[in-house]
Design a binder for this molecule. Structure first.
Ligand SMILES: [Zn+2]
Length: 183
């Protein structure tokens, strides 16, 4: 599994003088073709997800900025993958980026998010995916706040918010989320 910190370090190198980030080494990085712990057929995903979720999560689409309901979610809680229920982000790592998309400076747990290089539209971007089901979440940019200086720019339809105190969803009924806490 590719750790997101490793792929970011390989793609973005910081110049010794000044805060300008540039594309760095591309060695060993390519679109991820690995198998995920949770796999579904295309027909199963279409049935499970709304058309908008399918377009974004399985076809790498992007929500219109400002249309994201979770951008305005200010309660304490967990943001889980809409595809498989795995916790991906948490409210105390969320910040207001002003972009119109929910933004986080780190994932819930590094192991829950994997990353691939996205070179579509002539840009080099980092695409975070749910490490359990491979669903597209958004993009990561190197202009976030401390301590990571990263901005995980996430589509809200790919997430489900669970307020603190409510049980985390377990759509796979495997008990995966029982040991997880958001504190
Ligand atoms: Zn998932």
């Amino acid at each position: 599994m590719t750790k997101i910190a490793d792929i970011l370090a390989a793609v973005f190198v910081r110049r010794p003088r000044g805060p300008i980030w540039q594309a760095g080494s591309k060695r060993g990085l390519s679109m991820d073709t690995k198998e995920y712990p949770v796999t579904r057929t295309d027909a199963e995903w279409r049935k499970l997800l709304t058309p908008e979720q399918y377009a974004i999560m399985r076809q790498h689409g992007t929500e219109r900025p400002g249309s994201c309901a979770l951008n305005y979610e200010k309660r304490a809680g967990t943001f889980s993958c809409a595809g498989c229920g795995q916790p991906l982000f948490v409210s105390h790592k969320k910040f207001e980026s002003g972009t119109g998309w929910p933004s986080f400076w780190a994932p819930f747990d590094e192991a829950h998010v994997t990353a691939v290089r996205d070179t579509s539209y002539g840009m080099l971007r980092i695409e975070p995916l749910c490490a359990r089901c491979g669903s597209h979440q958004g993009h990561v940019f190197p202009d976030g706040p401390p301590p990571t200086r990263l901005r995980y720019c996430i589509n809200s339809v790919s997430l489900e918010f669970v307020p603190d105190g409510a049980p985390l969803r377990d759509p796979l009924q495997r008990g995966d989320n029982k040991h997880l806490t958001t504190a």
